[in-house]
Design a protein around this ligand. Structure first.
Ligand SMILES: C[S@@+](CC[C@H](N)C(=O)[O-])C[C@H]1O[C@@H](n2cnc3c(N)ncnc32)[C@H](O)[C@@H]1O
Length: 326
């Protein structure tokens, strides 16, 4: 069976349910070769998005059954990165522990347990107030404004190098490097800062496990400047504007490209294979392609698979423009 809907020199997009496609012979060929699975599965939401969501125990069972399938696809030092939002109990101002149960189902899996390498938070300051009933109407909860990102692996030391994802230095740090003099001595925290501390130029500072996905105000100094502070606003998103031109309704839950880029660069090298089993508009495959990695993507919805092609048409145009301008 060949369900390939789109193919480039570096990757293929398969149409079908992940649980079926990953046992299809086309994808089985790649078992043990995937360096990174990067995905945001359908969320366990109460107000269901257009692409549909399971809820409660049936979601948990479905999620847990993915563990052996993912484990089989990964290289021995491969990574699994999952982005999952928070969930709320239906009709109650109470958060559901379902996302955390999903995480534990992978860590405690009886046959293919994963380890939690690190947890990340993706904060979206532009997130609309929700859940609306409790935040907007009753005013008894605050805006739920972040998603959970779990970096998992089958081993304690998956391939990873934080030197590939350095944050740009702050102005203060650049000034310090220019001066080559630091206010050394004991700090109230009882850290003793040496005379030469912090004076080496390492081309950037080490990333944090916290992403600020969007600037609240373009004129404001970014609070947590980092390389992955990705303005994902409508006006700057070429994919969205092209969808508008083509009268395509864009995927409602796209992963920010900067987030995908962070994990692709951090956890893989050029030529490695990246898989997204719930690819939607294929942010993962597109990012992998731009960064010189190979990719395989799967989604159950033909409309999303179709619209993902727009990303690559834009990329082709950019490439052609670059070649023409040489
Ligand atoms: C949160 S969205 C992923 C969005 C994607 N990261 C992007 O940037 O566009 C989840 C996706 O999972 C897909 N989906 C839901 N159930 C699926 C299944 N059983 N197998 C494959 N895809 C599925 C939905 O169609 C949806 O596009």
């Amino acid at each position: 069976m060949s369900n390939i809907l789109h193919r480039t020199g570096k990757g293929s997009y398969f149409l079908g349910r992940a649980e079926d496609m990953l046992s299809d012979r086309n994808l089985k060929r790649r078992a043990g070769k995937v360096q990174l699975i990067l995905t945001s599965p359908p969320f366990p939401l109460n107000n269901k998005k257009a692409y549909g969501n399971k809820s409660g125990q049936s979601y948990l069972d479905w999620f847990k059954n993915l563990a052996p399938v993912f484990s089989e696809m990964l290289t021995n030092d491969g990574s699994l990165v999952i982005e999952l939002g928070n969930a709320w109990e239906p009709g109650r101002p109470v958060q559901s522990p379902l996302p955390q149960r999903c995480l534990l189902s992978l860590l405690d899996h009886e046959t293919t347990p994963f380890v939690l390498c690190q947890q990340f938070v993706a904060y979206n300051p532009a997130r609309l107030p929700s859940p609306a009933q409790w935040v907007n109407i009753e005013r008894s909860r605050v805006t739920d404004s972040y998603t959970n990102i779990w970096w998992l692996s089958r081993c304690d030391k998956p391939k990873a190098d934080n030197r590939r994802v350095l944050r740009p230095y702050s102005k203060e740090m650049r000034d310090l490097l220019g001066r080559q003099a630091y206010n050394s001595g004991m700090r109230p925290s009882e850290h003793n800062i040496g005379e030469k501390s912090f004076l080496a130029d390492n081309k950037g500072s080490i990333a944090h496990n916290f992403f600020e996905m969007e600037q609240l105000d373009g004129n404001r100094k970014v609070r947590l400047p980092n390389a992955f502070n990705v303005p994902n606003t409508i006006s700057t998103d070429a994919f969205l504007s092209r969808c508008r031109d083509l009268e395509i309704r864009p995927h409602p839950a796209r992963m920010p490209i900067g987030l995908a880029a962070f994990f692709v660069e951090f956890l893989t090298e050029k030529g490695d294979l990246v898989l997204d089993p719930f690819a939607g508009s294929n942010t993962t495959g597109y990012t992998a392609e731009v960064l010189g990695r190979r990719w395989v993507s799967v989604d159950a919805e033909a409309d999303y698979a179709d619209q993902s092609i727009v990303r690559f048409e834009l990329l082709d145009q950019q490439t052609h423009r670059k070649v023409a301008n040489r």
